[in-house]
Design a binder for this molecule. Structure first.
Ligand code: CA
Length: 225
C-alpha cells in the first residue's frame, strides 16, 4: 500500500488531504510540525511526502536535505503558497520531485501523486507499452508498431508524461511544471506547450498511431484510447 506522509501545519488542510487520499486507498500519516515529521521519518518508510515549506518550528527545505542525506528515496511533492517562488525553486534544486501551489484541487494532487509513483516505479522497469507505442526510458527510444520514432527530448518527456497519465485531464500548468521545470523556466507559455503537443501529436499520427491526444478546451489535454 502507498504510504503518504503529510507534513502540514494547517490542521484542517492536512485532515482534508488525508481524508481524500484514504478514499483512494492511500495510507496517510500526518505531521503538523518539523520536529514531529523528523521523528516519524526516523521510524517509518513512506512512498511519498507531501511537504509544506513553512512550518512553525522549521523549514520544509531542511527536511528535503535530511531525506537526501539519509538516502531516503521517498518521492517529494512540495505544497507551497503562491508567494514562495524562491523557496519552490530551492526545493526543486534540493531534490523535490514536484510542487503544487496552494490552494489546489485535491483531484490535481491525486493526479500528481499517481504520476510521481509511476515515474518512481518506472525507474526499475524501463520499458512501457501502450497499444502500438513502446517506450524504452533508459535508451530514450520510442517504437511505433516496432519502428523507431525519433522525438526531441521535450517530445519524449511529453509522451512519457501523457502515457503515465492516460485517461486523465492534464492541465497545461501540470505539463509546464513536469516537462520544463528542470530548465528552471517557470514561465513556460501556453504557446510553447501547444506547439510541442501539436508536434508530438503529428509525429505520432504520421508514424501510424491512433490519435490519442485530445484537446480539452480551456483546460489542457487528455491522452486516451
Ligand atoms: Ca505552513
Amino acid at each position: 500500500m502507498t504510504h503518504v506522509l503529510i507534513v502540514e501545519d494547517e490542521v484542517n488542510l492536512a485532515k482534508e488531504i488525508s481524508n481524500y487520499l484514504i478514499d483512494f486507498n492511500y495510507k496517510c500519516t500526518i505531521a503538523h510540525t518539523y520536529n514531529n515529521a523528523l521523528k516519524i521519518l526516523a521510524e517509518n518508510e513512506f512512498t511519498i511526502l507531501l511537504l509544506d515549506l513553512k512550518l512553525p518550528d522549521g523549514n520544509g527545505l531542511q527536511l528535503i536535505q535530511y531525506l537526501k542525506k539519509k538516502k531516503i528515496t521517498s518521492g517529494i511533492i512540495v505544497l507551497s503558497a503562491n508567494d514562495e517562488l524562491d523557496m519552490r525553486i530551492q526545493a526543486l534544486d534540493a531534490g523535490a520531485d514536484d510542487f503544487l501551489t496552494k490552494p489546489f484541487h485535491l483531484s490535481e494532487l491525486n493526479a500528481r501523486l499517481k504520476s510521481l509513483i509511476r515515474r518512481n516505479f518506472h525507474k526499475g522497469n524501463t520499458e512501457i507499452a501502450y497499444n502500438e507505442i513502446k517506450i524504452d526510458i533508459d535508451k530514450k527510444q520510442v517504437l511505433i508498431n516496432d519502428i523507431e520514432l525519433v522525438l526531441t527530448a521535450k517530445e519524449f518527456k511529453l509522451l512519457l508524461y501523457f502515457i503515465s497519465n492516460t485517461g486523465k485531464v492534464i492541465t497545461k500548468e501540470a505539463i509546464g511544471y513536469s516537462i520544463w521545470r528542470s530548465n528552471s523556466d517557470m514561465d513556460v507559455s501556453n504557446e510553447i506547450i501547444y506547439t510541442h503537443v501539436k508536434n508530438l501529436r503529428k509525429k505520432l499520427i504520421v508514424a501510424g498511431c491512433k490519435d490519442y491526444i485530445k484537446s480539452i478546451y480551456g483546460v489542457g489535454y487528455k491522452f486516451d484510447d
